[in-house]
Design a protein around this ligand. Structure first.
Ligand SMILES: Cc1cc2nc3c(=O)[nH]c(=O)nc-3n(C[C@H](O)[C@H](O)[C@H](O)COP(=O)(O)O)c2cc1C
Ligand code: SF4
Length: 503
């Protein structure tokens, strides 16, 4: 993980936990209306986290159910299921919702969360589209197979080597020469995109309109998102979250880097066009009474990318178009990601923008805690000034009750989300609400979990790992046999049924 230049190790913010009575009066534990009909019992929120537990065909597994059941036991107001693919194409162990055959598994997930949260938690599912990203190739494969030997490449070679015969040499001669060529030659004769494919792996951009399937995205995606949302509703989810954040298709349409000239790139009006069309198609498919939220970036944090001004402008458009909530994230782009090893794919959380998405305790002077709150606050102010009441969700380095309560008190957001802190201790919301805050297992913000995500390994927290006896039949282990797959269980000391189901 790349951290900003000034590396300061920040201590965790001190925590002053409220009594049960104080928690009962707290804003964080007060209800909120989301959309026309839904009320969440609390403003506590677990944002999407991919745990890499689905089958290779994208189906829900017992491990997926257990993962969400464990979060449900902590009874957050809202739990968002991981980024789930809307297409019916192989995507590794990522959940999918691109066909009706996925509905029964998702239905089981919904029932599990209802039961384990005792009806207290509202369940949304994040739905996502992404374009092709390939692993960084061996140079032999790249020059031997992937690289297209074009006339313009031959011309570059002839020019650089001052030998016009390269214009006519056989394709295999060109490939063989390039494989053995020095770096200066390679950098001179390849285009930027070819060089990028060699160094980082082939990756499509939404502005590659010479590729028919990319050109057609604006015609294909509204229906794909709408059908995925219809399946989410059929499976029983309380709402869908359109994934317009991080490195994926919809965030890339919103990006200032989107240079499409077909009315879907360039100006802000054109960049927001497809995201609004998708929202409209989803709304038409699921109806006005169903929650449709959006997660998007308050700042891309990349050179030439969209910034907070764009995000404010987009946020007001989304709110005016009737989105039911906006969850504001930051960064997580491919453009500044570190070079992957040969055979691995580029991971969008390794550069500065990735750092901003999941900041660690090794930080600059501002530190990682609540670092992204000003983005949500600025967007919220603009939306309220426009006379709209859309709830805003903030996340990023939230780890204490005081932080969350302060954010709500100052009107910086309407719901406060915590991903890694909830991974470290899925019971933490409930512990605080019941007056057991001093039992919260505090996330250390050093991103062991994110390292597992990068390798597409089953995500776990390092703080769970040592707390079981080897061979304990009650503990399910990860496929490497060395880590527990779920957080140790917890129930309030000597108290059963202390929290009655919310209506
Ligand atoms: C293991 C892991 C998986 C994640 N997967 C997703 C995802 O599927 N969709 C998403 O929008 N964000 C994802 N995130 C980002 C989190 O939702 C959150 O924005 C980020 O971790 C910052 O919040 P935190 O400081 O509370 O962890 C993931 C984070 C982690 C640690
Ligand atoms: S591994 Fe656990 S302690 Fe470390 S950052 Fe992730 S959730 Fe926090």
């Amino acid at each position: 993980m790349n951290s900003p230049a000034h590396r300061i190790r920040h201590p965790l913010p001190p925590a002053h936990w409220p009594t049960r009575e104080a928690a009962a009066r707290a804003r964080w534990f007060s209800p909120i209306r989301i959309g026309r009909q839904l009320t969440a019992a609390e403003r506590t929120w677990v944002p999407a986290m991919v745990p890499w537990r689905a089958t290779d065909d994208g189906f829900v597994t017992p491990e997926v159910l257990e993962w969400y059941a464990r979060f449900a036991e902590g009874q957050p107001g809202v739990l968002v299921v991981e980024a789930t693919g809307i297409r019916d194409v192989a995507s590794g162990p990522l959940l999918r919702i691109g066909d009706d055959r996925f509905i029964p598994g998702l239905q089981a997930l919904v029932e599990t969360v209802r039961e384990r949260s005792r009806g207290r938690t509202r369940l949304f599912i994040q739905i996502l589209d992404f374009v092709t990203v390939r692993r960084r190739p061996e140079p032999e494969r790249f020059f031997g197979r992937y690289l297209e030997i074009t006339d313009s490449l031959r011309a570059q070679l002839a020019l650089w080597l001052d030998d016009r015969h390269w214009r006519e040499r056989s394709e295999s001669d060109v490939r063989e020469f390039l494989l053995g060529a020095d770096r200066v030659t390679i950098e001179t004769v390849l285009t930027d995109r070819e060089l990028d494919a060699l160094d980082y792996g082939y990756r499509e951009r939404v502005w590659d309109v010479h590729l028919p399937h990319i050109r057609d995205l604006p015609w294909v995606l509204p229906r794909l998102f709408a059908e995925a949302a219809r399946r989410a509703r059929e499976a029983g989810f309380d709402g869908v979250e359109l994934h317009y954040a991080h490195a994926y298709t919809m965030a890339s349409f919103l990006s200032r880097l989107n240079a499409r000239t077909d009315g879907y790139g360039g100006s802000r009006e054109h960049r927001v066009r497809l995201p609004l069309e998708v929202l409209a198609a989803v709304r038409a498919r699921v109806g006005d009474d169903y929650v449709v939220g959006t997660r998007y970036l308050g700042d891309e944090v990349i050179e030439g990318g969209s910034d907070l001004d764009d995000a404010i402008w987009f946020g007001v458009r989304f709110a005016a178009a009737g989105v039911d909530y906006l969850s504001v994230s930051k960064g997580g782009r491919f453009e500044d990601a570190k070079q992957p090893k040969i055979g691995e794919a580029v991971y969008p959380y390794t550069g500065t923008s990735g750092y901003e998405c999941m900041p660690t305790v090794l930080s600059d002077a501002r530190g990682p805690f609540g670092r992204n709150v000003p983005l949500a606050a600025a967007i919220r102010r603009a939306i309220r000034s426009a006379g709209l009441q859309t709830p805003l969700v903030t996340s990023g380095g939230i780890t204490t009750f005081d932080q969350a309560e302060g954010i709500l008190e100052r009107g910086e957001a309407d719901c406060v989300a915590a991903a890694r802190q909830t991974l470290a201790d899925p019971d933490w919301f409930r512990k605080i609400r019941l007056g057991y805050g001093d039992l919260v297992r505090r996330c250390e913000f050093t991103n062991y979990c994110e390292g597992l995500d990068q390798r597409h390994k089953q995500v776990t927290c390092k703080l769970w790992d040592r707390k079981f006896e080897p061979g304990d039949p009650a503990v399910r282990l990860a496929s490497d046999g060395r880590r527990r797959l779920g957080a140790p269980s917890w129930s309030p000391p000597g108290e059963a049924g202390v929290d009655a189901p919310a209506g």
